[in-house]
Design a protein around this ligand. Structure first.
Ligand SMILES: [Zn+2]
Ligand SMILES: [Zn+2]
Length: 428
């Protein structure tokens, strides 16, 4: 008897839950695919830098309004938030896309190639969607259209988050990210779960990559100032040499990764990128300044690495009679996919892409500001294939380069998986 009951429960979940909407999603995705590609080409040809996405935001807002979605503009400078109320009560699921382009001059020969220029950091530069955020916007506009069509059947609400400045704003006196500001303006307050994707130029179309737990690194800036005592280069014993001390600190920092971090769990990186000290061959300077970058996965590891950097720098300096001042500026948090949510949604990824096309990604030492949403509510961020079938990832131009290229046949899976996320989450 028991054997009969279990399949019946599983079957009833499939037959009467929201997953019954999957065929309708597939049908609509196929119908609007060419429209999504057109939107993407238009956005690609008209890229805008972070916090300047005015044209892109208007295109999004006009489209959402035409679907009967409630729209708020000007969130976190240029962000757009759409709210779709479902026909039945249930959770609010957020879907996110980022809108900003980069100061890169496009070299790809496309009919919709960008020829836009801008002044960035005082320099004239080309502007290009060299990270593929144009594809994220177009896909999420398509998902809005698919879900708006079936809003009466939705057991919950959908929030469409189009944010500015994922790549960050680094102007004198201002360091911020679009997602951080969206969160500060309360965009996550009424949200139960958040989903996002990033197109990948190095992953074949039709494939999805994911990782449970910490998936992308936290990024922190490191600055160490070593104060010594200035002396004649011919009589070092009369001073305290900050150059020798700094060298020992740089070497000492390498032991954090080899001796303190559990490398079987997650990697970490500490890089000293610049050392400045001294002016002349026979003067021991008063101080040395070093700057670098720290990449860690998860808050526990981040705290450990920060603590060891401080201990090593200050104690080595002290042993030399010098003094080290360590300051660490936290930038992006680690992108952490909620393990519970990730395991719940694995079946969704497999249903959308086919089991053989879903793979676990290695941890990535680059960062993504989607992490700010995940600190508020459970979130899942996946990678979507954008490299042409049969391409060689080692020979494909990487993100942020002038030759960056995305194969548009990968979009339809993005439309389907983001829509599945919503209906499957509402079903669970
Ligand atoms: Zn990027
Ligand atoms: Zn990006």
């Amino acid at each position: 008897m028991k054997k009969l009951i279990i399949p019946f429960i599983l079957l009833s979940g499939m037959a009467f839950g929201q997953t019954k909407l999957r065929p309708a999603i597939d049908k609509r995705a196929a119908e609007i695919e060419s429209k999504v590609i057109e939107w993407r080409r238009d956005i690609h040809q008209n890229p805008e830098l972070g916090n300047q996405e005015v044209r892109t935001a208007k295109k999004i807002a006009d489209h959402l309004r035409s679907l009967g979605i409630e729209v708020t503009e000007g969130v976190a400078v240029t962000g757009v938030v759409g709210y779709l109320k479902g026909g039945k009560p249930g959770p609010t699921v957020a879907l996110r896309a980022d809108m900003d382009a980069l100061p890169v001059t496009e070299r790809v020969d496309l009919p919709f190639k960008s020829t836009k220029t801008a002044i960035y950091n005082g320099q004239e530069t080309g502007v290009m969607h060299a990270c593929g955020h144009d594809t994220h916007v177009a896909i999420l506009m398509g998902v809005a259209e698919i879900l708006a069509d079936m809003k009466d059947q939705l057991q919950g609400n959908v929030k469409f988050i189009f944010q500015p400045a994922e790549e960050g704003i680094y102007e004198p006196g201002v360091t911020t990210w679009g997602a951080k500001q969206m969160v500060e303006e309360g965009v996550m307050d009424d949200v139960d779960a958040v989903f996002g994707l990033h197109i990948s130029a190095q992953t074949e179309v039709g494939k999805i990559g994911y990782r449970s737990g910490p998936a992308q690194a936290a990024v922190d800036n490191l600055e160490i100032i070593v104060h010594g005592t200035q002396a004649h280069g011919a009589s070092p014993w009369s001073g305290v040499d900050p150059i020798v001390t700094s060298s020992q600190i740089v070497t000492g920092l390498q032991t954090i990764l080899s001796r303190s971090v559990n490398i079987t769990e997650n990697p970490a990186v500490v890089t000293v990128g610049a050392i400045h000290g001294g002016i002349r061959h026979n003067i021991i300077p008063e101080k040395v300044e070093m700057i670098g970058t720290i990449r860690t996965f998860g808050e526990e590891q981040q705290a450990l690495v920060h603590r060891r950097i401080t201990e090593i720098a200050t104690n080595i300096a002290e042993s030399a009679g010098a003094r080290a001042e360590v300051s660490i500026q936290k930038l992006y948090p680690s992108t952490v996919n909620d393990p519970n949510l990730t395991s719940k949604m694995l079946a969704t990824l497999e249903a959308a892409a086919g089991k053989e096309n879903v793979r676990v990604n290695p941890p990535v030492t680059g960062a993504e500001d989607f992490s700010f949403y995940q600190r508020e509510k459970p979130g899942l961020f996946i990678g979507l294939g954008g490299m042409k079938k049969g391409g060689d990832p080692t020979k494909t131009p990487s993100h942020h380069t002038p030759d960056f290229y995305i194969d548009e046949s990968g979009f339809i899976l993005g439309l389907r998986v983001m829509s599945y996320f919503v209906v499957d989450y509402m079903n669970k």
